[in-house]
Design a protein around this ligand. Sequence first.
Ligand code: HEM
Length: 412
Amino acid sequence: MSDVTGIKLGDQEFWAAPEAEREAGFARLRHEAPISFHEEPFIEGYGQGPGFWALTRFDDVVHTSRHPELFCSSRGGTNIGDIPQEIADFIGSIINMDDPRHKKLRNVVSAGFTPKALNQLLENVRTRTTSVIDAAAEKGECDFVAEIAAPLPLQIVCDMVGVPPSMEQTVFEQSNVILGVGDPEYVQGMDDLMRAFLVLYQMAMELGQDRLDNPADDITTTLMHAEVDGERLSVAEFASFFILLVVAGNETTRTAISHGMWALHNHPDQRALWASDFDRYAVDAVEEIVRWATPVIHFRRTATQDTEISGQPIREGEKVVMWFNSANRDERVFEEPFRFDITRSPNPHLGYGGGGPHFCLGANLARREIRVMFEQLFQRLPDLEITCEPAMLQSAFIHGIKRMPCAFTPTL
Ligand code: HEM
């Protein structure tokens, strides 16, 4: 069954189309069929799932996110295709769990993400940002994604979990594979995906064992020594948590920074405004960048009982997909949603989720990274220009930018 508009969100072709076409498709869905049913893609070796309900309006996404008793994360995972629960736990850790287990595990690491803990990390964010820009500044041109947007979140998340610099590149490459599903440049089949998980799993096991013997000041040490329900985390539980953190903390923030730069390039008035008084506009500008970028396009839930959303009956076991990209362009909530406006306030965007129990654990960290990066870009590479259209990731999950050449006056 397809929806009345003929738009097929489960089709690769939809996601291969230019951005403007996809935006127009979601706008039609919001107007004509805000909750519509879509077929799932056929996956070689895995077959085809039963299909999913697509939620395209802000209120319906928020409702679903905030009612985990009706829409759970643990039955087959939170991506569109079903995966057996053991594998879903393995590859998604807490993001594919429900309370109480989810809450207990999340609490173990949440102390590492409090504003106080982040203040300590702030100096690190500054130092890392300076060295990222130092490395590019002399060149006069570079790939913005690979050399400016990507290294900062990668290094910060590696510092947090204790990955040594020699292994950062491996984390970078494998998380590209994990979040690159749908783009043939990164992933040819499910085997590539499983291989990437195993590489990170092996790394996590070695690091975890090391921190058991040699405690350090990082999240890996906290996780390895924590007790949940009177028991230490198993190696598998730790490893999947580790994978979630490195993957979630890395590509998302890179995507926000890259889209932020692309948006500022395309909206010189907004760029000039921000440059005129960086601190005054920074808080709202960073939120607008995340709304505009919506780095994570969707997450799925599964109905735990027969229910309804805005009058649409949903049966127990059916899949419901929250399209954050569409919610963040919902005309009912955002005035002129297609206007990039760094002064937009209020800006209740759903870039970090719909406010339910899985709300992004790293939101405050990401905000800091984005802010510090643009602060230093404005100061040190003020005339940076994007020199050709970015190469976009083909994905229904991550709104990624793969490459984006830029040029600027070199500095020493
Ligand atoms: C701009 C950057 C980021 C964006 C747009 C983003 C977006 C998201 C979204 C949409 C979710 C799911 C929310 C839900 O289902 O309600 C999420 C969950 C999560 N994020 Fe982020 N994220 C970002 C940065 C980070 C960073 C830097 C970290 C950590 C280093 C991180 C760690 C996590 C974790 C651990 C979860 C799972 C939380 C749970 O299941 O309880 N994220 N993020």
